[in-house]
Design a protein around this ligand. Structure first.
Ligand code: HEM
Length: 530
């Protein structure tokens, strides 16, 4: 028998020779592209950036140093040339979603994870009805009611009171006697409450309990209480790191890292969806919810409904995509408004005048002003704030990985052979100074054509073409209109009812990138508007 150290040495030597041999063989001709440190030899460089929670920012820094085309892993090329985005993501591009998504899906892909075009198109068609204008309008009263709960929770936090019995969120009294609290978990509890109410009617009720504990059912039917926010965020971080590995190594990680919390957390989050789906299949709500439009029951048009496992996968995607991007959007927006008090005031004035609210006379019978979407749909400054918030801090900041197919394709003038992973970070496009003036600054006025900053016609065209927080092409966000409806109502309510100020400690909001680029915390002082 060989001693362990010798065996290890042999394994490491063989792997190193294979990795170096593959690099020089260069079957896909990717050696022509520059790459940072060991990235051309192993995906470990890119995985390490994900581990740190700063992958996209690091990749953008590498682009600044090495140029618009960079090899960020042995089989992955990243682009920042503005032409690349349509070439990769646009309609008709001969690319599919990368295996990264298939790994996470583990054989039961949702619409967001399907890599085969035919499977994706069938799913997208089956779900199109869920996101029709009629369904979205029908969801508005649910969003309005949940926003009332958010405002009530925030008012409690501002007055230094706990919310419900289980509130363990951060809150201290500052030197000026104002309460400083972390608003992020409250916004996140709101997005869970809102999406669960819209999809299943069975709202989690986190905002009333002051905690994100909920039930999760595993494949064997066992129920367990889990923390929703931690389950999703830990799973998202674990998956984003490990799904960059080739399939066999990803599967080894799944199997042998069973004790890692992030690995288990994926099961807890999937179980949250299973619990809700099973509950919903047994209970018909008084009013139709989004699940009512799911192909969950046989109809004349579709005699074979989705099986339970497929419903669980699709609903897990609704719980994930419909919640984490929205919480990120809302927290970013509070951050931008709190750090730009004059813009916050301008938005407040735009809202009060459009809604004809007399600032001095609040009606006693209502707790909070929560407008519906129709009341605020024509307020240009509100729309401008939302768009600029998405431009400055896109919740999905990363380069979404795609795989070249067929005969390969040309991206921003570079031919890429088939079977290569390519991506282009949204973050870099939104901050491109050849497209936007003062790209790092939050300037909602750039979105309003007749206001000083918005008068530049070329920039107005660039904003339309190159601001893509929802991505573009056939895999663009299906929930975009739902997101606009929800986010407009909540931002309007948060500004109409509260005045936001950053706590001194939080002048630059700390971020952590899992799949989405999430705020870690946002310490604020708030004032209830009188
Ligand atoms: C602020 C809010 C949102 C942003 C910024 C956003 C952004 C995105 C982006 C960038 C993608 C492309 C992802 C990829 O290629 O991997 C996407 C896809 C998707 N989003 Fe959203 N999203 C938001 C809200 C929502 C909501 C509210 C829902 C549903 C309730 C939703 C459901 C989906 C689904 C199902 C996909 C996959 C679409 C497909 O592959 O055909 N999103 N979203």
């Amino acid at each position: 028998m060989l001693p362990l150290s010798v065996a290890l040495l042999i394994i490491v030597t063989v792997i190193s020779i294979w990795v170096i041999g593959r690099y020089f063989k260069d079957e896909k001709q990717l050696r022509r592209f520059p790459s940072p440190s060991i990235a051309a030899f192993t995906p470990l460089w890119s995985m390490w950036q994900s581990w740190k929670g700063t992958q996209t920012i690091e990749i953008c820094k590498v682009h600044e140093k090495l140029g618009p085309v960079v090899r960020i892993a042995p089989n992955h090329v990243s682009f920042t040339d503005p032409r690349a985005y349509k070439d990769i993501y646009g309609h008709g591009a001969p690319l599919v979603k990368d295996d990264f998504y298939a790994h996470i899906a583990e054989g039961n892909p949702s619409v967001a994870q399907a890599t085969e075009k035919a499977v994706h198109s069938a799913k997208r068609r089956a779900l199109a009805h869920v996101f029709s204008a009629k369904e979205i309008t029908a969801m508005e009263p649910r969003v309005v009611a949940t926003t009332q709960n958010l405002c009530a929770a925030i008012r409690n936090k501002i007055s230094g009171r706990s919310v419900g019995e289980h509130d363990q969120t951060y809150s201290v009294v500052g030197s000026d006697n104002c309460v400083i609290f972390d608003v992020r978990p409250w916004v996140n509890m709101f997005t869970y409450d809102a999406i669960s109410n819209m999809v299943f009617t069975n709202e989690y009720g986190f905002l009333k309990k002051g905690s994100d504990l909920c039930l999760s059912t595993d494949g064997a039917g066992q129920k367990k209480e889990v923390h929703a926010m931690d389950s999703f965020h830990s799973a998202s971080r674990y998956n984003t790191i490990t799904a960059q590995l080739p399939r066999p190594l990803y599967q080894l990680c799944r199997r042998f890292l069973f004790w890692v919390h992030g690995n288990k957390a994926g099961g807890y989050f999937g179980g949250m969806s299973r619990f809700q789906v099973q509950h919903r299949l047994r209970n018909q709500p008084a009013q139709p919810d989004l699940f009512s439009s799911f192909p969950a029951w046989p109809t004349e048009k579709r005699p074979d409904p989705m099986e339970e496992d497929e419903l669980v996968a699709e609903c897990a995607t609704m719980l994930d995509a419909g919640n984490d991007t929205t919480q990120t959007t809302l927290v970013n927006c509070i951050f931008h408004l709190a750090s730009n008090p004059e813009k916050q005031e301008k938005l407040y004035n735009a809202l009060t005048s459009a809604l004809s609210i007399d600032k001095k006379e609040r009606a006693d019978e209502i707790d909070f002003y929560v407008p519906n979407a129709k009341q605020i749909q024509d307020i240009p400054y509100l729309r401008a704030v939302l768009e600029e918030n998405w431009r400055c801090r896109p919740p999905v900041a990363r380069g979404l990985p795609r795989r070249t197919t067929g005969q390969g394709t040309t991206i921003a003038g570079h031919f890429i052979p088939p079977g290569v992973t390519v991506s282009a970070p949204i973050y870099a496009l939104h901050r491109n100074e050849t497209l936007f003036r003062r790209p790092l600054d939050f300037i909602p006025e750039r979105w309003i054509p007749d206001e000083g900053f918005g008068k530049d016609e070329q920039e107005a065209k660039n904003l339309k073409e190159y601001c893509i927080p929802f991505s573009l092409g056939p895999r663009a966000c299906i929930g975009r209109n739902l997101a606009y409806m929800e986010v407009s109502i909540v931002v309007a309510a948060l500004v109409l009812n509260f005045e936001w100020e950053l706590a001194e400690k939080c002048l630059d909001m700390p971020m952590i990138e899992r799949f989405n680029n999430n705020p870690k915390e946002l310490l604020v002082k708030g004032k209830v508007r009188g």
